[in-house]
Design a protein around this ligand. Structure first.
Ligand code: FAD
Length: 492
């Protein structure tokens, strides 16, 4: 990742820097703009909303408390994101937690009545994959020894045949793969329901096995791959703004509340300009869309729709997810980490008053919880969603929360619904993910749904932006992007 970044700085400076309109100031857009500016070009980032970050956006409520679009976890196996923090000089903003994966055991209590957890502890002194294998072998609460062995045997082809096998497994769901490999159902139920919901907000009956194998591969190959970090505050101010500042300092521009309404075309179907919702037009030498796939599909010009590259976008759709914040009048837990809930309605959760320095509170808890799968809930009123969440929490916090109201009191809540979030990674989706270079010479794509070896994640988004910046910079050097003055001269 460091060498890939350095390549932008080492590129020959363009004789005439390109003006590049980057649509969207999520992580893909900001990453693309950052690296374009490193390569000597002039990105103009156009963001529809008044807040940076897209799916990592956050804003303050009337009390000054932060509301986030999603509970976000950074992994050791995020080379491009970690490199971004290094390049921006903000590595200290990542708060790394102990190298463990912690699963709740709903309904189960310790002898003194507290919630029980089951931990996978990765020993610090062992390299990968030994640390992962020891973590799995030492956990006896969730899986029996024979179940672990059967799962290990099931994984052998992935270990032996590597990436090719991982990609082939896209034709199977997690559940189908488990059956095919003779892995007992309990492994699916105990571990992979929680993992599938955390990876893509859907169940193993739907999730592509490629997604799970991609994550496992990284975790088993990199000693710190599964180590997790929380950002020390809201992503827009702690990560997105420094990314924007970097490119602005190098001549780039950031324009907020600039929603593109239409992509305008030249006669040869290259992009002529962007019609903005306020009626103005933005003209640039090249254009990068980082809009989510569902929005992009709606924005495609009619002339592009029959092209196979754009046509296949119809195979990708965003998945619904809900992020919930609950503020309590006292501390519910002392666990400073991400927790896999293993509850039917919830995915992962964390007490942000402990895990995140910026939200620290020594007396009260603020739980942030991901509610998934959310298909049947996304249209329901917030009150119903909170009520259902509280029902799950009575099982997760049997000692701290009581239905009769005698335990901790819920002070306030916030529900953030994202009806179309990351693309739904059901089996067979990989072939629909587009590469960053489109058949249109001055139009590029980035976004976590575009083709790259990381999943629909912050790493995937950041890397896709970097790949698009590289493809565009290379095209500029090769002279395949028509400069605006040349286009104007031909038109005249
Ligand atoms: P986006 O963030 O969607 O950015 C697209 C941008 O385009 C937005 O800012 C949008 O406003 C803008 N835009 C759209 N239309 C227009 C228009 N017409 N004109 C101008 N601008 C426009 N990833 C992890 O790695 N770890 C996690 O723990 C994790 N948890 C998550 C939890 C939740 C609840 C959610 C929703 C996501 C989570 N993710 C996680 C995924 C991660 O947030 C995304 O993969 C990533 O942020 C996507 O970035 P992006 O730039 O591709 O897209």
């Amino acid at each position: 990742a460091a060498a890939f970044s350095q390549a932008f700085i080492d590129m020959p400076r363009p004789e005439r820097p390109l003006k590049v309109a980057v649509i969207g100031a999520g992580l893909a857009g900001l990453s693309c703009a950052k690296y374009l500016s490193d390569a000597g070009h002039k990105p103009v980032v156009l963001e529809a909303r008044d807040v940076l970050g897209g799916k990592v956006a956050a804003w303050q409520d009337k009390d000054g408390d932060w509301i986030e679009t999603g509970l976000h976890i950074f992994f050791g196996a995020y080379p491009n994101v970690n490199q971004m923090f290094t390049e921006l000089g903000i590595r200290d903003r990542l708060q790394w937690k102990s190298h463990s994966m912690i699963f709740a055991m709903p309904g189960q209590q310790t002898a003194d009545g507290f919630q029980r957890f089951s931990r996978f502890e990765f020993p610090a002194l062992l390299p990968a994959p030994l640390n992962g294998l020891v973590a799995i072998l030492l956990n006896n609460e969730m899986l029996t020894f024979p179940e672990k062995i059967q799962f290990g045997i099931g994984l052998l082809p992935a270990i032996l045949f590597g990436q090719k096998y991982v990609e082939e497994c896209d034709s199977l769901t997690v559940s189908q793969w488990m059956k095919k490999q003779g892995v007992p159902d309990r492994v699916n139920d105990e571990v992979f329901i929680a993992m599938a919901k955390a990876l893509n907000f859907i169940d193993p009956e739907n999730l592509s096995m490629t997604v799970v194998l991609t994550a496992l591969n990284r975790f088993l190959q990199e000693t710190h791959g599964s180590k997790m970090a929380f950002l020390d505050g809201p992503p827009p101010t702690r990560l997105c703004q420094p990314m924007a500042d970097h490119m602005i300092a190098r001549g780039g521009e950031l324009k907020m509340k600039q929603r593109i309404a239409e992509i305008l075309l030249n006669d040869d179907t290259t992009v002529k300009g962007l019609k903005m919702q306020d009626g103005s037009t933005v003209v640039a030498d090249a254009y990068v869309s980082t809009m989510p796939v569902d929005v992009l599909k709606l924005a495609l010009p009619e002339e592009w729709k029959p092209m196979p590259y754009f046509e296949k976008l119809n195979g990708l759709n965003g998945v619904p997810v809900i992020n919930i914040h609950l503020w309590f009048d006292r501390k519910l837990t002392t666990v400073d980490h991400l927790l896999f809930s293993r509850s039917p309605l919830l995915s992962v959760y964390a007490d942000m008053s402990l895990t995140c320095k910026g939200y620290r509170d020594d007396d009260k808890s603020m739980l942030e919880l991901v509610f998934a799968p959310a298909k049947d809930w996304i249209g329901k009123p917030d009150e119903e969603i909170i009520e259902a969440t509280m029902e799950e929490l009575y099982k997760l916090f049997p000692n701290e929360l009581n239905k009769d109201g005698s335990g901790a009191q819920l002070l306030k809540s916030a529900v953030v619904k994202t009806p179309l979030s990351v693309y739904e990674a059901t089996a067979g989706r990989e072939m629909y993910r587009p590469v960053q270079t489109s058949p249109i010479s001055n139009f590029f794509l980035a976004g976590c749904f575009t083709k790259q070896k990381y999943l629909a994640s912050m790493e995937g988004a950041t890397f896709s932006g970097k790949l698009a910046a590289r493809a565009l910079s290379d095209a500029a050097i090769a002279g395949t992007i028509p400069l605006q003055e040349a286009v104007a001269a031909v038109a005249a």
